[in-house]
Design a protein around this ligand. Structure first.
Ligand code: HBI
Length: 129
């Protein structure tokens, strides 16, 4: 059973995350991710949505153009839990690996039909070396 984080375990867990801050008046953490454009932001949301679904733990998020504001809290326990910390880490690793945010418009135009970022990454590395 997931339990709410409190005291030192809670503050230590937040301190180890990169760029997440506490939400005033809520037992939750938040981070705003900024990408090159909407394409990159939505690619990030697409992949992290699949992670959330797989882990059965979901973000509260807001997207406008290249910005994704993410808030994490565990509704079942009414506050921050280890599930939020774990999902925060997955969001961080995903934002770093969002390839669409690194491809130039010219490069991206070469791969309009690639189905997955993995395929895109494979093709790009072979092209870009
Ligand atoms: N996502 N953030 C968050 N918090 C929850 O408590 C939660 C969830 N996703 C699914 C989920 N709980 C299920 O266990 C059901 O309680 C809906």
């Amino acid at each position: 059973m997931t339990e709410k984080l409190t005291g030192a375990p809670r503050s230590d867990a937040i301190a180890k995350l990169d760029g997440w801050t506490e939400v005033p008046g809520r037992d939750a953490i938040t981070k705003t991710f900024t990408f090159k454009d909407f394409n990159a932001a939505f690619g990030f949301m697409t992949r992290t949505a699949l992670v959330a679904e797989k882990t059965d733990h979901h973000p509260e998020w807001f997207n406008v153009y290249n910005r994704v504001e993410v808030t994490l809290s565990t509704h079942d326990v009414g506050g921050l839990s280890a599930l939020d910390v774990k999902l925060a880490r997955k969001f961080e690793s995903n934002s770093a690996s969002t390839l669409a945010s690194t491809l130039s418009p010219a490069q991206r135009s070469v791969y309009p039909s690639l189905a997955t970022s993995a395929q895109r990454r494979l093709r790009t590395s072979s092209v870009l070396g």
